[in-house]
Design a protein around this ligand. Sequence first.
Ligand code: MG
Length: 351
Amino acid sequence: MDLLTIGAFAKASGLSPKALRLYDELGLLRPARVDPYTGYRYYAVAQLDRARLVAWLRRLGMPLAEIRAVSTLDGADAAREVRAYWARVEAETAVRRDLAAFLVSELTESTEAPGEGPTMLELRCAAHSDRGHVRPANQDTVYAGRRLLAVADGFGPAGAPASEAAVEALRFLDEEDGPRPGNVLNLLADAVRGASDAVRDATEGDGEAGTTLTALLWTGSGLALAHIGDSRAYLLRGGGLFRITHDHSVVQSLLDEGRLTPAEAESHPQRSLLLKVLGAGPDPDLRLHEALPGDRYLLCSDGLTGVVPDDRIRGLLAAAPDPETAVRSLVDAANTAGGPDNVSCAVGDVG
Ligand code: MG
């Protein structure tokens, strides 16, 4: 085996000897031989490709444990892992970007003089929930009030108390005069923390039970969103339907990472497996959504989206003259499609 000194190997790979010593210490690239007397490191020419790959992966910011795994794979497998890693980075960055925008808006509003804010709009809401045709009980909880819309989809033996507790813990948001400008983020974060505690109490620590939560709080000019799990929020604007939440599900992450096609995802056996749920630790996504007159918002449990395609949801939402009709026709559509799950919808119109 042709061995190069660390200096020669550094020159050939374009990496510094310091970087190579670091990779050795981190276990990312061991020298082919270490002289037992002098401690000098020697590398094989065949290690050049791996050294360069490790350098690129570090430049991408990949965690060391992942670099260790990826750098031993062949080209196609390594490519798949890099693609999946980057999809995760983008998903996490999107959540942080939304939170940063929320914070910017809050800090701006808190320094604005009264009366400078945008014109007040109003929200009109309706909600409807149904057991469906198959499940023995309804474990969904849905709420639509003056300024709050919420959907929670409970699962496990204490699923119903869990979803009820989550929504109940948010209801005070509807009874108040509305959030003070510049304080929506704190108010919503505190409310969600209260909901999370309430779910833990309701399930008495039963790890098999829990709930999703997707909630919109009307601020007078926009909607603050809290979201965890696979219930969804959609916006109907200008005739187009836009999903404004990202499912915290195993299947969604496989889709993001390019490991599943949308068609495969539709029939995936683990479609209902969740990555994040309320009460189990991770914080819900929080973001602020600017509203326009004419916007129609939909919150729904997976009992709707599991059986009614987005196209059909768009058509039914667009055709309904008011929120009451919209929620009824969406729930009917899920039941007509077999009603395999509890189904819940809440719709809010901005006027
Ligand atoms: Mg469900």
